[in-house]
Design a protein around this ligand. Sequence first.
Ligand SMILES: [Fe+2]
Length: 241
Amino acid sequence: MENEIHTGTNRTGMKVSPADARKLLEVRELQTTMPDPEVDAVALRAAYLAEAGPVGSMPPPPTLRGMAGTAMKALAGKKMHVLLDKIAERAAFERTGTRLYDMMLQKVAVAPALPAGMTIDGVREIRDEEHSHYLLLAAAIETLGADPTAMTPCADVTGVQGMGLVQAMGEPRLTIAQALSTLLAAEVIDNASWELLIDLAQQFGQDELVAQFTEALAAEQRHEATVRQWMATALTEEAGL
Ligand SMILES: [Fe+2]
């Protein structure tokens, strides 16, 4: 398989050189008598935590219809912007998911071999479903009278979280199994987040959205199972089992 991991010249562990390891520990010992830079870092972070405000804010409802909806829910003591923020978060993450699968498609297209059972079409099917989820969520935001192009606080946070996944997937040296583990991380987040979003939409009485979101969750459950299966096969093959 492409980029198979071999036993090689990795010299990163301390056990490679016990003598150097001893010296390193001696230096660490010496450092305990010196001012600890970590203490300063903790104090600095505490100051930031004490002063920090929220990550961004929600935009005001842009349409009359949206205002009416918001006002209506506000009367019932519900804050529609909390639901909108979480839908926008899901939209942002599904967009990241689409990018991750686009990168995977490019990778599998040039891979000399794939784990048994894994196909390009199978990857493309999941990619297309991630994309359709994004479109569904953008439409849901419109339905609720809000602007799907607005960057909301939770969308911002999930975008930053997803950067690590995109960064990992962008590494050309990744094995198929390593790329699959990146996708699996995204799928686990997908599943938990859709479940939470469905619960929230239910509490807002958005029955139509709940029905659509439940279909999306069923697709995500398939994604997770499929990626997990591909990964299990990749690992079995890699380990020569
Ligand atoms: Fe997914």
